[in-house]
Design a protein around this ligand. Sequence first.
Ligand code: MG
Length: 321
Amino acid sequence: MKNVEKLKNKYAGCMLGAAIGDTLGKQNEGLLRKDILNRGRITDYGKAPPGCPGEKLRPGQYTDDTEQMLVLARSLIECRGFEVSDFSDRLSAWGKDALNDLSRKYLIGPASSFAIIRLNSGITWEYAGSNIPSCGSAMRVAPIGLFYKDLTDIEYKAAISSVPTHNSKGAIAGAVAVAIGVGCALAGMDCSGIIKEACSRVSNYDVDLSDRIKFSYGKRDYEPDEVFSEIGTSYLVYETVPSAFYCFSRHFDEPENAILEAANAGGDTDSIACITGALCGALAGTASFSERWTRGLENRKIIEGVADKLFEVSRSRLPAD
Ligand SMILES: [Mg+2]
């Protein structure tokens, strides 16, 4: 594959990986790890059990994580770069629709719901975001890591992209971590280099999160039962993001295992697996995931179309190499 084709394929790999992780992980969202292991690990698409936030979704259907990622990607394409006011306008319109849809409203986390209601009441993006340090801005941010080549651009744009909904230092740092991880993976850095760069950029916003990501990398050879109970898997960014980096660090050369590790982690499994899938796909492209997962994913063609357009627009901004 030529370099340009390889790069284009990584865009699709990243966005499909996020959606595949989200779709697999939704089956265990909110469940305890011990209950997941008792029921049997998930290995393929299926319905979420009654009582899970995604219980009304179809087997290959993704959740709010991928929906918000697509909102961000479309905003980047239309504006030919990140424009926070356009993104928050799109997000508030998307959120209004999702909160009025009975099959989707329970998927949206507390920080996003709070901010969507405030944005729709006329509060501007600078003041609408919640202080809850949850992972909603980290789970959707991958397109920024794809779009910009310069890591400092990625860092700043990712940080601002968090503010309309997640205005805590932890959530902002979480968005930076994932976007930088994607940008470094796209550039072909190795796993330890990706973690080092992500931790260094994250420490500009939240040293605690940076230390937790570093810790999760140090635990990559330890068994998941022990590591997930140490790191935590709740919807808080201090748990989801280090757990996703652990799954990535442990299995980056076997992306399907990375995603399944994340989808069975317990807690916020859709977001942990969404972030893990984005990192793996940005590193290794669409070949990372089995054909049956790609084929069974709802709106797969739409996601591929958005990824291709994102590639086209982002690369057209750069001088020809
Ligand atoms: Mg979700």
